[in-house]
Design a protein around this ligand. Structure first.
Ligand code: NAD
Length: 488
């Protein structure tokens, strides 16, 4: 049976072509899903615009919106096993990872609920005897939320929760290959009591349906997570419409292992930073710089750890890496490894797809370490979005900083050292939005997240994350009982 989509609070077949959700591990079909047509986009956006203007939503008390988000969190947690399995079927990540993402989505909804209840407007008066000023925050209106396939439930709740908490309506356009979880989220928000029309989940191709959503005149904000070239395209549309964007884009994050690093801690941290999610993470620590004095020792240990990682069926417990998202992406990852060899790189470990047995049906790629390249190589500059690490040696710190910053991206970085003073100085010198010191890929919902340079614009998360979905208004109230003397 073809799956229905969620258009302005109603479940029905989209009027576009149908698509298939495929399990990346063996290419079996999970479901057939209808997609939205341009008419569906129009209808969803127009009804969303009516819905957020309803005074029952616009003027609802923060605790009323929070109550919905608390319920969303509870439902997600209660259904964690089922939702994790669904996400694994959609994108091929190991169950342990999709479980962590699902729980983090619940935690996000709960955190945003609490933040929503504690946000204040400001009284901005400075000793003016005859008037008082206030700065209040208001919704922007209809928000287009567009998400990628690598961590769908987490990135979707990260947008839905603050946008709805801010009193807006949302049109969610998930990545076409991972639409199932977004449709489940619509059911969850519906069950939690979200009024009709405030959320639509429009499945469809980015270049057609995504494009039509963001170009719709009633859409007043774009919240996008995905590749840099798509982000740039959306920024052009936003510039034409003079609306705001939050863009969470790609990365090629440097990780630095200094001469005094704890080798075991750093080697395991580096392996996790690049190879978890099979490297399909915007924040993957994909460029490694190791101090020359410990280079051989460190690399030997890293190679040993990498050889011990288990690549396999994502539904089998204990796997470190599952399948890449699809054969096309596998071919792209492998093409980068071949390019690295042409550029003079040596593959120390990995460097190939699994082509035998049951796993050959999926898109499994071995965790790969490449040495012998210069930071200016194409392999070191472009985002591969797969389990491929390039390793470089450094000795001079100023040169290290220059190389680490020599990237169009600026999403994240890792530093491994026992010297916290040094780590602090390095952290401040790196042009990135997040720095991990002696840890990697840890997230706190209370810490704002976003990129420098071509890794993005704006920040998500944090207590004030809701404000990205609101606009400020200043209101002046006269207090004087005397008429304005200007007219005298
Ligand atoms: P993508 O840019 O191809 O697609 C992302 C979303 O945009 C999808 O829903 C897609 O359908 C939609 N889209 C594509 N073209 C569109 C258009 N013209 N108009 C409107 N929507 C359009 O990215 P992807 O391949 O799905 O995801 C991988 C990328 O996402 C990587 O570059 C990764 O680094 C990035 N990413 C960034 C973060 C972050 O927080 N910075 C997090 C996860 C992924």
């Amino acid at each position: 049976m073809v799956k229905e989509i969620y258009i302005a609070g109603e479940w029905r077949l989209g009027r576009g072509d149908k698509i298939q959700s495929v399990f990346p591990a063996d290419q079996s079909v999970n479901a057939e899903i209808s997609t939205a047509s341009l008419d569906d986009v129009n209808e969803a956006v127009e009804k969303a615009d009516l819905a957020w203007r309803q005074s029952s939503w616009r003027n609802s008390m923060p605790h009323e919106r929070a109550r919905i988000l608390y319920k969303v969190a509870d439902i997600i947690e209660a259904r964690v096993d089922e939702l994790s399995r669904l996400q694994t079927r959609d994108n091929g990540k190991p169950l342990a990872e999709t479980r962590a993402l699902t729980l983090s989505a619940a935690a996000t909804a709960r955190y945003v609920a609490a933040a929503c209840e504690t946000l204040n407007d400001e009284l901005t008066t400075q000793r003016a005897p005859d008037f008082m000023t206030m700065s209040v925050h208001e919704p922007v209106g209809v928000v287009a939320a567009i998400t990628p396939w690598n961590s769908p439930i987490a990135s979707e709740v990260q947008k839905l929760a603050p946008a709805l908490a801010g009193g807006n309506a949302v049109i969610l356009k998930p990545a076409e290959v991972t639409s199932l979880i977004a449709l489940e989220l619509a059911k969850i928000f519906e069950e939690a009591g979200l009024p009709k029309g405030l959320l639509s989940v429009l499945v469809g191709r980015g270049s057609v349906i995504g494009d039509a959503i963001v170009k719709h005149p009633l859409v007043r904000k774009i919240s996008f997570t995905g590749g840099t070239s798509t982000g740039r395209h959306l920024a052009h549309i936003a510039a034409d419409k003079l609306i705001t964007t939050s863009l969470e884009l790609g990365g090629k994050s440097p990780t630095i292992v200094m001469q005094d690093a704890d080798i075991e801690l750093a080697a395991k941290g580096v392996a996790y930073g690049i190879f978890s999610s099979a490297g399909q993470a915007c924040i993957a620590g994909s460029r490694l710089f190791v101090h020359h004095s410990i280079y051989d020792q460190f690399l030997n240990r890293l190679v040993e750890i990498t050889k011990g990682l288990r690549v396999g069926h994502p539904e089998t417990a204990g796997m470190h890496l599952g399948s890449l998202i699809n054969p096309k992406h596998l071919a792209s990852v492998d093409a980068y490894v071949q390019l690295a060899k042409k550029e003079g790189g040596q593959v120390l470990v990995g460097g190939e797809a699994l082509t035998e047995g049951d796993l050959a049906k999926g898109s499994f790629y071995l965790p790969t370490i490449i040495t012998g390249l210069n930071n200016s190589a194409q392999t070191c500059q472009e985002e591969i979005f797969g389990p491929v690490l390039v390793v470089m040696k450094y000795d001079d710190e100023a040169d290290l900083i220059a190389q680490a910053n020599d990237s169009c991206f600026g999403l994240a970085a890792g530093i491994w050292t026992e010297n916290y003073r040094k780590a602090w100085q390095l952290a401040r010198a790196l042009e990135v939005g997040t720095v991990w010191i002696n840890t990697y890929k840890k997230f706190s919902i209370s810490a704002p997240f976003g990129g420098f340079k071509e890794s993005g614009i704006g920040r998500e998360k944090g207590r004030l994350g809701i404000l990205a979905y609101m606009q400020q208004k200043s209101i002046y109230m006269g207090l004087s009982e005397q008429p304005n003397p200007w007219c005298d």
